[in-house]
Design a protein around this ligand. Structure first.
Ligand code: FAD
Length: 512
């Protein structure tokens, strides 16, 4: 056996791969983790809106194509920790009903083959592992059987507390956003997080955000049996002639070709890149792509209908750490619209440099700064539905995202409803005293990518079995956002993390 042979190889270190590496590290098994990115540098630019948002300093420079053949720069990040390096750390459980078939305006969101109860113990563990702060009992849609959050909620700053109180006064049910930050409000000496205005969308310069790098990969690396290779981009998975097992993992390690092998191979490259890797690895035994007998690899791609609302009012908003309210009152619909609409949460505080990206260039920076000083900024999410035609495919080596929007009416209703609620709590009569700018994210907004290798019991309609092992290849697993059969309307990471812990238990048993 060559020295390059391992018990298990994990490809990718994001919410899925990083969490799995953590779970398996203490097993004593020989584990190799291959990550195409480096450790994200700790540098002042981490907290620069110009660098992070205007110059896309930490996003990939790859170009992908949309369904019309137009190239675009995807909003995805290749680092140790994957996209969790820049995430907002809003960590939600799916609702119990999200696991069931739900009729939406545009069609049916399919049932999952497992239920909330199957994920519940792993949600509990994932919230501990990622140090989630929150308070149960305020969100009427939250699962009934949920353990208390391990840490108290992140408090609201005065302007946000005012909005929270005004929403309550309108009989709505705002709640503290569940957040994965290393914050101790009772004792600032014990707090890593300083509640700054560069969290959501930014890497954390002081490592005070609980992400897959800091909370999982670095601790896992302390185990001698686990080896992490960075700048190790996996290019192909090779099978035996029968096609039943992976025999080689081919990678470019710092630009040089290398080959590895393992008893078990786990792909965790994120929903788009995992599908792309399987498609790229087509061979005689798997002519349409690896583990693709069902022709489902890459299909059913979802990314949510996500959007932002920037509401500018007469009141100033000096909030620094703004992202503390969530609201699910319209998650399942509203009177007169008996279909799910979605989820609302505050964004990290928007500043003039971020506004500059969405307005004509002639507007001076001081005007934008003044607008940002009065804005309250929201993120809204509606579920998009899995469709066979919405798929990842390859053109040569380039990724093509064939994505046609669906369920947009849910998003549009949520947006108008929320703006009308905000006007009401602002005490506006006939004369508007606030102005709202909003946008729905285009295809490059792939932050919430899921669904491209869905799990299920039927090998004809799913790629993975219930343990996230491919139906077609015995020693191949996919453990990232790919396995989602539907996208629900809350942020996906906690479910990806919980699932990685769940599959980790299965792998520990299998490895013996
Ligand atoms: C700006 C932003 C904000 C977000 N905010 C939130 C939030 O508040 N809450 C939430 O729940 N979610 C949030 N998300 C989404 C969240 O980050 C993702 O859902 C999550 O990281 C997905 O986990 P994953 O394991 O599927 O993939 P990723 O985290 O993307 O990890 C994939 C990993 O695989 C590596 N990789 C890819 N291809 C290869 C290859 N060929 N060889 C080797 N390595 C490879 C990548 O470099 C990466 O490290 C946000 C995302 C963004 C971009």
């Amino acid at each position: 056996m060559s020295t390059q042979h391992y018990d298990l190889i994990i490809i990718g270190t994001g919410a899925g791969g990083g969490t799995l590496a953590y779970r398996l590290a203490s097993s004593g098994k020989r584990i190799l983790v291959l990550e195409r990115g480096q450790f994200l540098p700790q540098e002042k630019a981490n907290w620069s809106a110009v660098e992070v948002f205007q110059k896309n300093r930490y996003a990939t420079s790859e170009l992908w194509e949309d369904h019309q053949g137009k190239t675009f720069s995807p909003g995805t990040h290749y680092w140790v920790g994957g996209n969790t390096k820049v995430y907002g750390g809003a960590l939600f459980r799916l609702r119990e009903r999200d696991f069931e078939a739900v009729q939406h305006c545009d069609g049916v969101s399919p049932a999952w083959p497992l239920q909330y109860a199957d994920f519940k113990p792993y949600y509990d563990q994932a919230e501990q592992l990622y140090q989630v702060h929150g308070q149960r009992g305020l969100d009427p849609t939250e699962p009934s059987e949920a353990a208390d959050y391990p840490f108290p909620p992140v408090s609201h700053e005065p302007r946000i507390q005012g909005i929270y109180d005004a929403l309550k006064a309108k009989q709505l049910n705002p709640f503290y956003l569940p957040l994965a930050v290393k914050l101790n409000e009772a004792n600032s000496l014990l707090s890593a997080c300083i509640r700054c205005n560069t969290c959501d969308g930014f890497p954390c310069l002081i490592h005070a955000k609980s992400d897959a790098d800091i909370n999982c990969v670095r601790p896992a690396q302390t185990q001698a049996n686990l080896t992490l290779l960075t700048e190790a981009k996996v290019t192909q998975l090779v099978t035996s002639d029968s096609g039943r097992e992976i025999t080689q993992v081919k990678a470019e390690v710092q630009g040089s070709p290398e080959t590895f092998s393992a008893d078990i191979v786990v792909v965790a490259c994120g929903a788009i890149n995992s599908a792309a890797l399987l498609l790229r690895s087509a061979n005689d035994a798997h002519p349409n792509g690896l583990a693709n007998r069902s022709d489902q690899v890459g299909r059913n791609f979802m990314k949510h209908q996500n959007g932002a609302i920037v509401g500018i009012t007469l009141k100033s908003n000096p909030s620094i750490f703004q992202k503390t309210i969530g609201l699910n009152d319209f998650y399942w619909g509203e009177p007169g619209f008996d279909y799910p609409m979605g989820h609302i949460q505050l964004l990290g505080k928007v500043n003039g440099e971020m506004l500059a990206m969405d307005v004509p260039r002639f507007i001076p920076k001081r005007i934008l700064d003044a607008m940002a000083g009065r804005s309250v900024d929201w993120w809204i999410t509606a579920e998009d539905l899995p469709e066979s035609r919405n798929r990842v495919r390859l053109k040569g080596d380039r990724i093509v995202l064939d994505y046609t929007d669906n369920n947009v009416e849910a998003f549009d209703r949520l947006r108008s409803r929320w703006i009308s609620v905000l006007r009401k709590i602002n005490g506006e009569g006939r004369v508007p005293q606030s102005v709202y700018f909003s946008k729905r994210l285009p295809v490059q907004g792939v932050a919430h990518q899921v669904g491209t290798c869905r799990f299920g019991t039927d090998p004809d309609s799913s790629v993975l079995d219930l343990n996230c092992r491919t139906h077609d290849v015995d020693n191949l697993y996919v453990v990232d956002g790919s396995f989602f059969p539907s996208s629900a309307a809350v942020n996906p990471s906690l479910t990806i993390m919980a699932n990685a812990l769940r599959v980790g238990d299965h792998l520990l048993q299998r490895l013996g």
